[in-house]
Design a protein around this ligand. Structure first.
Ligand code: UD1
Ligand code: CA
Length: 494
């Protein structure tokens, strides 16, 4: 995420952070907490987060670190970090591999980064963060490859952990297919005995459907005391999960929260699971917008990124993709078959079977079918771009019309310009891109070639097929190849 997108996303994160600090707000204005609040404050202990993001992710078969694969436009680890913030966890430490610049850029400032130089397992990874979070009473460990976790669930875990004064509180989930995951082993009374990784499980244990999701609340002092002592597995990895059996042996309390929504515990180790997580998130996003007043006659064929904003009464027709930092105003009609990425659309716009990238469309602009607006273009109010047209790095003034088969590249058009069918800017001379400047109320006839750099004055006009090689003065008409000035017929009286 770059530029304004990053700023917007950071702002969102800070808004969430502030919303989660009501006690802080009360303290700042000197309000005396109610007796109930005093009680809650007493019971509350501090919870820091440790997000694990240093694993190799070999099963993804990718050059991109696993936790940076995106779900509906956002890197998995950023979604986990967002949930941690929303749950009010602080500070947040992220355990990253050596050469982690990409991960740090994606998450940004506001968290601390700890390097795990060698990937010696989840237990070893948590240990690296001790120095950053040692002041906290409790540590909520979160796996950076479980992207759909809800902040509410984390809050439930913390509440139970505090209320029961547990040593460990786990988030578990019951799955139809628990393949590949750590199983929760309980005794006859239902108390947790251990987490057993699938590769070390016997057949009975493998048949257990309750799994370890990768989120744990630990009492910090106990965690730091015992983490160092876990013996590595046969493969040399230190499993964080082994702490559960140890706590049970010591007679400590181990609690669990069963996830109300099993989807939130989807862990992503390969591309199939990535697609599953994406499908769940996509459905959540669509439902959120439909509840907020956006229509989708066929939601299953609509793809909206997490970062997109949509206005009320907008309709999104089948097979449409709205991605990145896109903001669509009210009462727009998008699709069918449209792609809009990193673009801003005002109210009442219509985009049929077209692609809009990195561009800004003001109110009541219509595009398509089969057109492409790109490269930072700006279409002012009421612009009409019809069939099979392309606009690149250009500004089209208010009410300008460009109906059919045209190309405007590196051009600035005034208001109420008419671009005839097949008219184009010849903006590339083989070496560099050149600019075209067209004034207000200009009439460009069909098949005109504008050889840039070139300027056409206000109210000027070209004849059909003109090849315009020289600037055109205001109010004049040019025709032919190369185009030359000819007298204009006076406008006939009505
Ligand atoms: C882990 C759990 C398993 C659980 C599952 C849930 C362990 C031993 N197993 O298995 O019980 O059901 O998650 O999805 O914890 N990581 C590091 N450094 C390392 C190793 C891993 O930072 O040295 C990070 C990874 O980036 C990842 C997370 O820890 O974000 C989990 O590691 P992964 O290898 O994916 O564990 P699983 O095999 O999925
Ligand atoms: Ca995993």
């Amino acid at each position: 995420m770059t530029g304004s997108g990053q700023i917007w996303y950071n702002r969102l994160k800070w808004t969430i952070l502030l919303e989660n600090a009501p006690n802080l707000a009360a303290l700042c204005v000197g309000i005396r907490p109610s007796p109930r609040a005093v009680c809650d404050l007493k019971a509350m202990t501090t919870h820091a987060a440790v997000i694990l993001a240093a694993g190799k992710g070999t099963r993804m078969n990718s050059r991109i670190p696993k936790v940076l694969h995106r779900v509906c436009g956002i890197e998995m680890v950023c979604l986990v970090e967002e949930a941690a913030r929303q749950a009010g966890l602080a500070p947040i430490a992220v355990v990253v591999p050596h050469e982690s610049q990409q991960i740090e850029t994606a998450i940004g400032p506001g968290v601390c980064y700890v390097t795990q130089t060698e990937q010696l397992g989840t237990g070893h990874a948590v240990l690296q963060a001790e120095g950053q979070v040692e002041a906290a009473d409790n540590i909520l460990v979160m796996y950076g490859d479980v992207p759909l976790v809800n902040a509410e669930t984390l809050k439930r875990m913390m509440r139970l952990h505090d209320d029961t004064e547990a040593c460990i509180t786990l988030l578990t989930s019951t799955l139809v297919n628990p393949e590949g995951l750590g199983r929760i082993v309980r005794d006859r009374s239902g108390a947790i005995k251990a987490i057993v990784e699938e590769e070390y499980a016997d057949d009975d244990t493998r048949s257990i459907r309750e799994i370890n999701s990768g989120f744990y609340c630990f009492r910090a002092r106990w965690l730091w005391k015992h983490l160092n002592g876990i013996s590595p597995s046969q493969k040399g990895e230190v499993f964080l999960t082994d702490l559960v059996a140890l706590a049970v042996q010591q007679g400590m309390t181990v609690e669990s929260v069963l996830s109300a929504d099993a989807y939130e515990t989807i862990g992503v180790n390969n591309r199939i699971q990535l697609a599953e997580a994406e499908a769940v998130m996509r459905q959540r996003i669509r439902e959120r917008w439909m509840i907020n007043g956006v229509s989708m006659p066929d939601p299953s064929s609509v793809y909206i990124d997490h970062t997109v904003e949509l206005g009320e009464d907008t309709v999104i027709l089948p097979n449409s993709h709205i991605t990145g930092q896109s903001h669509i105003g009210e009462a727009c009609k998008i699709g069918p078959n449209s792609v809009i990425s990193d673009s801003i659309l005002g109210k009442g716009c219509e985009v049929i079977s077209s692609v809009i990238r990195d561009s800004h469309l003001e109110d009541n602009v219509d595009v398509g079918p089969f057109s492409h607006i790109r490269g930072g273009s700006h279409l002012e109010q009421g612009v009409h771009v019809g069939t099979s047209a392309e606009v690149k790095s250009s500004r089209l003034g208010r009410d300008t019309k460009m109906g059919h088969f045209s190309y405007m590249g590196d051009a600035h058009l005034g208001t109420n310009v008419n671009i005839g069918a097949g008219a184009i800017t010849c903006n590339f001379d083989g070496e560099k891109k050149n600019k075209t400047r067209i004034g207000d109320d200009v009439f460009i006839s069909c098949d005109t070639m504008l050889i840039a750099p070139i300027k056409l004055g206000d109210r000027s006009a070209t004849g059909a097929g003109a090849v315009v090689t020289k600037d055109v003065a205001p109010d004049s008409l040019v025709v032919g190849m190369p185009a030359r000035k000819v007298p204009r017929k006076p406008k006939s009286d009505p």
